[in-house]
Design a protein around this ligand. Structure first.
Ligand code: KIV
Length: 273
């Protein structure tokens, strides 16, 4: 293989993400959960694929992210890793696999890294999960934080509305963001918080912030792939930009297929042996 070709497929690293922040280059991240979609997204040049626990909603049809297990996440992550040649692959530690003790958190993170081949893990929360973050980092596993709306705590808050609108919550979020940086996290997701606060957090840390519903003054953006491709029709929050109508495209294709099969026009002579 030529040097040029080797360089072409050199994988994005956590170090490079930090450099992107310093030179003001925005980071593009999307979720993926399977081989086929991950191959398309990686080929299109995405910087990061997040194997999010949103798989619980969009792949398994659960109402929340709580039911998805570590085994499920490893299955999704290993499918994505087999497809991803260039991007960094980050995997969510699912609910209940890191909050109990730092030892359990480390065991869960090690399973993800060993069994899926992913490059980093993400977990939700601030100082409440500091011990778990420290322990995972001590094993050399890169960690991304996640602040603001943390869907694994949905039953604590009761709604998916914008977080940290009040001053005390905003101050806690700022402190947590600094703590994540001091611990050694390589980045953090900021979900559904006021744009002004996200901008303040982004300025106050040297690690990249990746926003979802957090405005433009962050270092990168993430969306759930099914949402941005218009696969799920029902979910249309204000922050979502829909880049395609795959629901319409697939419905049209499937209807045409059904029609052709019923009419006996598929397969034709050229489509048989
Ligand atoms: O699980 C997920 O998809 C996420 C993103 C919304 C950031 O955590």
């Amino acid at each position: 293989m030529s040097t040029a070709r080797k360089q072409e497929i050199r994988r994005i690293t956590t170090h490079q993400l930090r450099e992107m922040k310093s030179r003001g280059e925005k980071i593009a991240m999307l979720t993926a959960y399977d081989f086929s979609m991950a191959r398309i997204i990686d080929g299109a040049g995405i910087d990061i694929i997040l194997v999010g626990d949103s798989a619980s909603n969009v792949m398994a049809g659960y109402e929340t992210t709580l039911p998805i297990t570590l085994d499920h996440m490893i299955y999704h992550a290993s499918s994505v890793v087999r497809a991803a040649k260039r991007c960094l692959v980050i995997v969510d530690l699912p609910f209940g696999t890191y909050q109990g003790s730092s030892g359990e958190a480390l065991r869960s993170a090690i399973r993800i890294m060993k069994e899926s081949g992913a490059h980093a893990v993400k977990l939700e929360g601030g100082k409440e999960v500091k011990d778990s973050i420290d322990r995972i980092l001590s094993a050399g596993i890169p960690v991304m934080g996640h602040l603001g709306l943390t869907p694994q705590s949905i039953y604590k808050f009761g709604t998916y509305t914008v977080r940290a609108k009040e001053e005390n919550e905003a101050n806690k979020l700022l402190e947590d963001a600094k703590m994540l940086e001091e611990c050694g996290c390589f980045g953090m997701v900021l979900e559904k918080i006021p744009a002004v606060l996200a901008g303040r957090v982004t300025k106050s840390v040297n690690i990249p912030t990746i926003g979802i519903g957090a405005g433009a003054d962050v270092d990168g953006q993430v969306l759930v792939m099914q949402d941005m491709l218009g696969i799920s029709k029902e979910f249309k929050p204000r922050f979502l930009r829909q880049y395609a109508d795959l629901n319409g495209v697939v419905t049209g294709a499937v209807s045409n297929y059904i029609q052709d099969v019923k009419a006996g026009s598929f397969p034709n002579e050229k489509e048989q042996y």
